[in-house]
Design a protein around this ligand. Structure first.
Ligand SMILES: [Fe+2]
Length: 288
């Protein structure tokens, strides 16, 4: 069962969105779509999302699922716009509730902000199964980068979010609120040990790597096992945690973390408008 996967790379945030198609039914899933956002002007733009929408319409596909691997901290999700234009069920991991509690407090969101995941159509738990057209799919809870990260295994393809990067780039940071380097290591072990070596892995981000001049986002379980600079076979959890923790201390916050998280914790919806009809995003000072 081999879905056709088309990638859409957003150079502004180094994010890769995917359209995953069951060729026999032409049903598809849209994974981790991007709403363009200019933080200087606080202006959104649908250019990236429209490329996906145009592709889906041109190919005559029917959207069954709009999937988020996690609450992204580096880009705003276009999931509500994709769903409005194309349909499909919007899904994320059930631990979204933890993320909503943490960031609901940080942003002092009022009681209008439900912290029960009800902004999504489906909250997946570890081991849940679903179908994309006729292709069987299952969900793995792979926390560590954030508490709610999920890996979607659709046929022979797995969408790992920020749990793994390409082999020469390693792994994503684990120092956001709710992140945990131990859990991140254990999640990478589950992906590499529970899935067959030939499983195609699709990354959510790529930043190139030392000695590599083009963007890449597809690898395999076998390649990651042999070559991942942080978690290849033989690396110990303690070794990884020491490396990850030291490295995370050197990283600045992503440029779009404040707008991204307060929008994405609401499933990609902006906060409700104030009495003048304008929607506002907050900037908590000395908090992150
Ligand atoms: Fe992320």
């Amino acid at each position: 069962m081999r879905p056709e996967v088309t990638a859409f790379f957003d150079e502004a945030t180094n994010t890769i969105s995917y359209v995953v198609v069951d060729p026999s039914t032409k049903r598809c899933a849209v994974v981790d779509s991007v709403l363009d956002y200019d933080p200087d002007a606080a202006r959104t733009d649908k250019r990236s999302a429209n490329q996906i929408i145009d592709f889906v319409r041109r190919q005559g596909l029917e959207v069954e699922w709009v999937l988020e691997t996690h609450v992204h901290a580096d880009h705003l999700s276009a999931a509500p716009y994709i769903k409005e234009e194309l349909g499909g069920k919007l899904a994320i991991g059930s631990e979204i509730v933890t993320v909503q509690n943490v960031f609901g407090k940080i942003f002092n969101a009022g009681t209008e902000f439900q912290r029960d995941g009800s902004q999504f159509d489906v909250l997946f738990r570890d081991g849940d199964t679903f179908r994309l057209g006729e292709i069987p799919a299952r969900v793995m809870h792979t926390p560590g980068h954030t508490p709610a990260d999920m890996t979607y295994v659709i046929g022979d393809a797995a969408f790992v979010g920020d749990t793994l990067f390409m082999p020469d780039a390693g792994t994503a940071r684990a120092d956001f609120p709710g992140g945990d380097a131990h859990k991140l290591f254990q999640s990478t072990r589950r992906i590499l040990h529970e899935l067959p070596d030939e499983t195609r892995l699709f990354m959510c981000h790529d930043y190139k790597a030392p000695g590599r001049d083009e963007y890449r986002w597809e690898t395999t379980v076998g390649e990651e096992k042999r070559h991942n600079i942080h978690v290849r076979e033989g690396r110990s959890e303690d070794e990884f945690v020491a490396m990850r923790t030291a490295r995370d201390k050197t990283l600045g916050m992503p440029r779009l973390i404040l707008p991204s998280v307060q929008v994405n914790m609401r499933a990609g919806q902006m906060p409700p408008p104030e009495d003048n009809g304008v929607r506002y995003l907050k900037i908590p000072v000395d908090t992150l």
